[in-house]
Design a protein around this ligand. Structure first.
Ligand code: SF4
Length: 264
């Protein structure tokens, strides 16, 4: 069995507890306007142009985005960092793209990690069948779960898919009493309408268990990649939120009783 991976990051500290190794799967069913990893969207391995300037000279090169890995190939990478996982309470995070678009490969990796008692985390859009997600959940210690917009029409506009399955799957993980950290990208003018925040908090307050929320303020890192990958960048004119504004939104969630942090 092979999976298509576009990056493996050692010593990651924002993708779950402790020091982690994050495996970035290629392919995503969403097409978020603000995505800072546009190279992750297509599940194909691609050859793209790369230009670098060295000593005033422009150098052109080709770069391959994505690589086929076997389970053993990924486990070889994971095994290099086990000592750091043990010392820091860390582990392995499957991210992307959407890692569960390659759910069979993801499941095998999670099973291998479980055999070695490595903490596992899956960073998911939640946009997949409930049966697959429930199977994955049996081998996952923690989910990082993206909620991008509570309004379905707006969700479709900005990500290309409905949020119905995403919200239903979050309810299912909650019923299963899984550890879930919710991640909300905070994007001025796109998902920061006060009435939408109230709807989001109403939805979250109906979950049976507490799930911490991370606000991920929009940033423009990655915008220059769009040209390289031949993808239209639609976020021109959208500003990064300033710290006062971020604090104001965080306070709104905190005052409503949600454990809320910024970043992650
Ligand atoms: S879900 Fe994540 S990887 Fe997929 S398009 Fe959106 S931001 Fe990019």
């Amino acid at each position: 069995m092979f999976g298509t991976i576009f990056d493996i990051v050692h010593f990651a500290i924002h993708d779950g507890p402790g020091i982690r190794q994050t495996i970035f799967f290629k392919g995503c069913p969403l097409s978020c306007w603000w995505c800072h990893n546009p190279e992750s969207r297509s599940s194909d391995i691609k050859l793209v142009d790369r230009e670098e300037t060295m000593d005033g000279f422009k150098l052109s090169d080709k770069e391959t985005i994505g690589m086929r890995y076997s389970i053993d190939g990924v486990m070889t990478e994971i095994n290099k960092d086990i000592v750091f996982f043990e010392e820091s309470g860390g582990g392995v995070t499957l991210s992307g793209g959407e890692p569960l678009q390659q759910h069979e490969f993801a499941l095998e990796l999670l099973k291998e990690c479980r055999k070695l008692e490595i903490h596992t985390c899956v960073d998911t859009t939640g946009n997949l069948s409930s049966d697959i997600l429930s199977n994955i959940a049996s081998y996952t210690d923690l989910f990082l779960y993206d909620l991008k917009h509570i309004d379905d029409a707006q969700h479709i506009k900005y990500t290309g898919v409905s949020n119905k399955q995403i919200l239903n799957n979050l309810k299912m993980l909650d019923e299963m009493k899984k550890d879930v950290w919710i991640r909300f990208p905070l994007i001025p003018g796109i998902n920061d309408d006060e009435s939408d925040f109230l709807r989001l908090m109403e939805f979250l307050s109906k979950l049976k268990n507490d799930h911490p929320i991370s606000l991920l303020p929009y940033h423009k890192i990655g915008s220059q990649k769009y040209n390289r990958y031949g993808i239209e960048y639609k976020m021109n004119g959208i500003s990064e939120p300033d710290s006062d504004y971020i604090f104001q939104i965080k306070s709104m969630f905190t005052n409503a009783g949600f454990a809320t942090s910024v970043g992650g």
